[in-house]
Design a protein around this ligand. Structure first.
Ligand code: NOJ
Ligand code: NOJ
Length: 603
């Protein structure tokens, strides 16, 4: 602990200086220009969420009971679908409000349980109920499968849903309704957890539905879900097969996303990005445990790594958005998904800007619980943006003194209370950014324009409203229950991946080629180069004859996996020719070590 000489004598000198130095009470209600906004926007937000849920939601015509519509926007973009991810995060917020006393929400929560139990049975392009179908990202609002091409599978959905439902199941158990928990909620959770146990070590699409690889958000959500799921199963005498084995392995794998100064949000993919992505901030707030210390391993909001990462992610947006121009370091800015984003032109999003505020409020909650803030060399740059003179060390509230401004103490390293105050002001700044770019109606779209700040893309995005609710609840010190992070935050020294469960697929394509031309297979899987011609799998011409122009290759692909693919030819000068549309698709057989043969003709 680094204390200045003056501060070190303070505790004993307290009585003497007490007459003109008063302890800081950082809980004191401060006049803030955002409090009125928070009050009105919170009511717009809860109404905005409820309006988008079937069957009574005014903006959700045709949606089945308990189905969350992502946005009422039916074109440009068409978001009139239900995404498993958006719905789970929204219901997590609703269930927390229910636990906190909003009992009128229970019917809607029971509707969610029933709707998800049904969706788990709907065969879809990601597979059937036991063959990967739970990884499907979105369905029509009447709960039928969406058959168009999409970034699939997305493996965060089942984990996020299991977490939302575990919150509810635990509440039921604590409130004398164990049978309901065991018979109607647990079966849904159990299927989601079985999916996670089986597929966590396989690549999939990230939460932005763009990158097929390993996503930090997905794996963090999976870790939390398995930890909670194992505890819940034990409580009600059920089995959670493989949950306790997989959870520490996922935690171990999560380590590999840390670059030394920030989280690289997507790995095992050649995406040409820095990896600084709100993906990681959303991970931190989703796995926030109010009972946790500032654990780096689980990326808790107050951990040094998560704070260093918050700085790197927010800084990556400072210079690229016009509306952030001239905002100095240490002050809040508009935050998007990631700097390289081009969707709708690449803009800040409400939910990502709010997530940064939420992480900071979570961190304050954790510091207050522990009664100290430790600043180390990893988190120092984050704190220095807010308080330039700050140094590494541990700060506790006993040092918190306000002294007259001409007092010598003011030149000393800032106190605990000063730090908390600075972080809170910084967090409030992000709410103020959202306030600045929210129309007077309070409507929250998905994005706001990077140069003008006007709302963009899907209107009334359910997730934007849910993000507003959770960020401002954390600001008010309202938090959910623990998920037992304190007993589940140590990764094994060596990571052991589960044994691969692959099928051998033999691709055969008849394609008459000219000398110097080669044929490759490329598709929507890591094993097939993620649609990148430079990562495509080469086929062999060793059996090629003019009568039978065969190109072939064996590729190991996870069993029970649906994928799309095409053949391409690449000339010796590197020119790529694609087969004509549509994409081809295939599903690998069930069972590790199984095999399948594909016979195609170039088209
Ligand atoms: C690309 C976007 O970046 C992604 O987030 C979106 O979901 C899909 N397109 C579909 O609209
Ligand atoms: C696009 C976002 O990138 C994705 O995360 C979200 O699930 C959908 N829109 C629906 O809101």
């Amino acid at each position: 602990m680094k204390l200045s000489p003056v501060l070190r004598v303070l505790p004993s000198a307290l009585l003497l200086v007490g007459a003109y130095c008063t302890p800081v009470n950082h809980y004191a209600k401060r006049q803030s220009s955002i409090t009125d906004f928070i009050e009105s926007e919170a009511s717009v937000s809860i109404n905005g969420v409820l309006a988008n849920i079937g069957s009574d939601g005014t903006q959700a015509p045709g949606a089945a009971p308990g189905i969350v519509v992502a946005s009422p926007s039916m074109s440009d973009p068409d978001y009139f679908f239900t995404w498993i991810r958006d719905a789970a995060l929204t219901y997590k917020a609703l269930i927390e409000r229910f636990i906190d006393g909003e009992s009128s929400l229970q019917q809607l929560i029971n509707d969610y349980v029933s709707s998800q139990a049904y969706l788990q049975t709907v065969p879809n392009p990601s597979g059937g109920p036991d063959t990967g179908g739970l990884g499907e990202a979105k369905f029509y609002v009447n709960m039928t499968a969406f058959l168009g091409s999409w970034g699939r599978p997305q493996r965060d959905g089942p984990a996020l849903r299991a977490t939302a439902l575990s919150l509810y199941a635990n509440w039921l158990i604590s409130n004398g309704q164990e049978t309901l928990a065991a018979e109607s909620v647990w079966p849904v959770i159990a299927k989601d957890l079985a999916y996670v146990v089986r597929y966590w070590n396989q690549t999939g699409f990230d939460l932005w539905e763009e990158v097929n690889g390993s996503s930090f958000f997905t794996l963090s959500a999976q870790h939390r879900a398995l930890v909670e799921g194992a505890a819940l199963a034990a409580k009600i005498g059920q089995m959670c097969d493989g949950c306790s084995d997989a959870a520490p392995q996922i935690l171990c794998f999560l380590e590999s996303f840390w670059t030394g100064s920030y989280i690289d949000s997507n790995i095992n993919v050649n995406d040409g990005r820095t990896g600084k992505d709100a993906n990681s901030v959303l991970s931190s707030i989703h796995t926030f445990d109010p009972a946790a210390a500032c654990t780096d391993a689980t990326f808790q909001p107050c951990s040094s790594r998560a704070l260093a990462n918050l700085k790197e992610v927010t800084d990556s947006f400072r210079s690229i958005y016009g509306i952030n121009n001239g905002i100095p370091q240490g002050q809040a800015v508009a935050v998007g998904r990631y700097a390289e984003d081009v969707y709708f032109g690449g803009n800040p999003w409400y939910l990502t800007t709010l997530a940064v505020a939420e992480q900071l409020y979570d961190a304050i909650y954790q510091w207050d619980q522990q009664g100290s803030i430790t600043i180390d060399s990893v988190s120092l740059p984050f704190f220095q943006d807010l308080l330039p003179s700050i140094t590494t060390g541990t700060y506790t509230p006993t040092q918190s003194l306000i002294c007259p401004s001409n007092d010598t103490h003011t030149t000393e390293s800032p106190s605990y209370a000063t730090i908390i105050d600075a972080v809170r002001t910084y967090a409030d700044g992000y709410i103020a950014v959202v306030q600045k770019y929210t129309p007077t109606t309070g409507a929250l779209a998905e994005q706001y324009n990077r140069d003008t700040g006007t709302p963009l893309s899907a209107r009334d995005l359910t997730w934007s409203y849910a993000a507003f609710l959770t960020a401002t609840e954390r600001r008010a010190g309202i938090v959910g229950p623990t998920w037992a992070e304190p007993n589940n935050n140590v990764a094994p020294d060596v990571c052991t991946a589960p044994p691969a469960c692959n099928a051998r697929v033999t691709f055969n394509v008849r394609a008459t080629t000219t000398f110097g031309e080669n044929v490759f297979v490329v598709g929507q899987l890591t094993q097939l180069g993620n649609w990148r011609p430079d990562s495509a799998v080469p086929l062999s011409a060793s059996q090629y004859t003019s009568d039978d122009p065969l190109w072939f290759a064996d590729v190991e692909i996870p069993a029970s996996t649906v994928f799309e693919y095409k053949y391409i030819r690449i000339s010796d000068s590197g020119e790529v020719t694609w087969e004509s549309d549509p994409n081809r698709s295939f599903i690998t057989p069930e069972g590790c070590g199984s095999s399948a043969t594909i016979q195609d003709v170039w088209r």
